[in-house]
Ligand binder design. Structure first.
Ligand code: FES
Ligand code: FES
Length: 190
């Protein structure tokens, strides 16, 4: 059984995992991170999206063993000091959800989108989130929420908080500085 050392939402874990266990199952079943839902289990819907070293990854397309040495952030790790992340707040304020099943993945994918493009057009937002499916909202409020979050983050100078050295949680680079880290385990564009 592979032994992994992984940081999830700021907590380090040393664990034995089944060689074929998916990261999404490890997060939900072993760590109780049920805020990361499973929609399709086949890398299509984006519901299971998490950040790996600050980059979005579909956790149903990553093996838990591949998370060894990496820093994983789920939707449950976004708030800090009792405050929602601006993207969480914006989704709430703009009514960008109905059943909420897609929402954790949408929020995580939005954080990665805004790291790469802090001022996206509506078209760029739709393109950036095309790997995340919503069966309820029709996307209009989601696009509005992303636009609003982007404006708030630009106005407040909110730094990209989740690009970090693997397994350390230590910020690695600011937006726009150098090439972003691209872990081999990244599970496709979210
Ligand atoms: S559960 Fe649908 S992409 Fe992972
Ligand atoms: S809010 Fe229901 S799937 Fe998106």
């Amino acid at each position: 059984m592979p032994h992994i050392r992984v940081t999830v939402d700021g907590v380090r874990y040393d664990d034995q995992v089944e060689a074929r266990q998916l990261l999404t199952h490890y997060l939900r079943e072993r760590l109780g991170k049920v805020g990361t839902p499973i929609g399709c289990d086949t890398s299509n819907c984006g519901a299971c999206t998490v950040l790996m070293d600050g980059l979005s990854a579909k956790s149903c397309s990553v093996l838990a063993a591949q998370a060894d040495g990496h820093d994983v952030t789920t939707v449950e790790g976004l708030a800090s000091d009792g405050e929602w992340h601006p993207v969480q707040r914006s989704f709430h304020e703009n009514h960008a959800l109905q059943c909420g099943y897609c929402t954790p993945g949408m929020i995580i994918a939005t954080i990665d989108l805004l790291r790469e493009n802090p001022d996206p057009s509506d078209e760029e937002i739709r393109e950036g989130l095309e790997g995340n499916l919503c069966r309820c909202t029709g996307y209009a409020n989601i696009v509005r929420a992303v636009r609003d979050a982007a404006a708030q983050m630009r106005a407040s100078g909110t730094a990209p908080r989740f690009v970090s050295e693997p397994g350390t949680g230590v910020p690695r680079q600011a937006a726009g500085e150098g090439e972003p880290l691209r872990p081999a385990a990244r599970g496709g564009a979210a």
